[in-house]
Design a protein around this ligand. Sequence first.
Ligand code: F6P
Length: 333
Amino acid sequence: MKKIAVITSGGDAPGMNACVRAIVITAWQHDIQVIGFRHGFRGIVDDLNQPLHPDDMRLVSQRGGTFLKSSRYPEFREVESAQRAAAVLDKHQIDALIVIGGDGSFQGAHHLAKYWSGQVIGVPGTIDNDLAGTDTTIGFATAVDTAMEAIDRVRETAEAMARVFLIEVMGRHAGFIGLHAAIASSAESMLLPELEPQPKIAEIADNILRARASFPDSSYVVVVSENLWPGGVAELAKSLSKATGVTCHPCPLGHIQRGGRPNAQDRILAMQLGHAGVLALLDGKSEIMIGKEQEHVVEVPLALTFKRDKPLDPRLVDLQLGLQGVNFTSKKG
Ligand code: F6P
């Protein structure tokens, strides 16, 4: 193996730079050159190549975002795009490609493998943590920290004014950020896509009113996963304000959750998985994701990772549901 390529693809995630650093240094230690393509799969198709050298990796792992750039590139589902990418990779005599990204990016990698003979490996990089076969993904821990800090700030004003807030967190179609942020911020309630049956407005309103009856001078925070409620927290707030007679304030956190310096956990995970990715390539592996389960680095067939069937940890769900139950217990009684 002489030359490998790396891309960061889909939604950027804090820690992606640290992963590239580990890939570049590990590869050079094995006399393998590394090329990056800017903007993910689009950058391969358009040949936006950038040679990567260990000297340039000195101070990248502290930075959020991805210096290699990324993009959404749904066109890559087309056969011609994959064939074009294969031709560009061959032109540069690339032996293997490492894709750092989430489920859409892994579907792209799987698609490319049908039209290109090089090795393809995925490293899980997404704040959503929605890839099966790994306990966690690069960027998730930092995003939860960021969401928690933001909710703590909202909490202070909410508590001062005894207000109800509906705080929308990211996750696309998964509730991992929602669950972890709800626990970490001691939210009074959480609405996540995985919780069945989904509560109706009357039930959520009733919970708010019961909590306010017990703690009339206190705040009430509901963590809501994005894409769950039609119209998002703005519409939910209108419906709940009407149903309760209490003004409910919507607060979508948005892309703030994707930014910021990666925390230690994400930097370490990123470097561990990036390093293991290069070693797996040297071992001849292909069409796998390098993940981490129960503190061990694992290799999982790429096709099993993006089925959107990763469950929340039921123990954490029970923990939050049990702790938030205290909202209905009167201090006096
Ligand atoms: O996949 C990461 C993520 O931040 C999701 O949580 C969110 O739904 C989506 O990306 C937003 O994507 P974009 O930045 O392309 O609008």
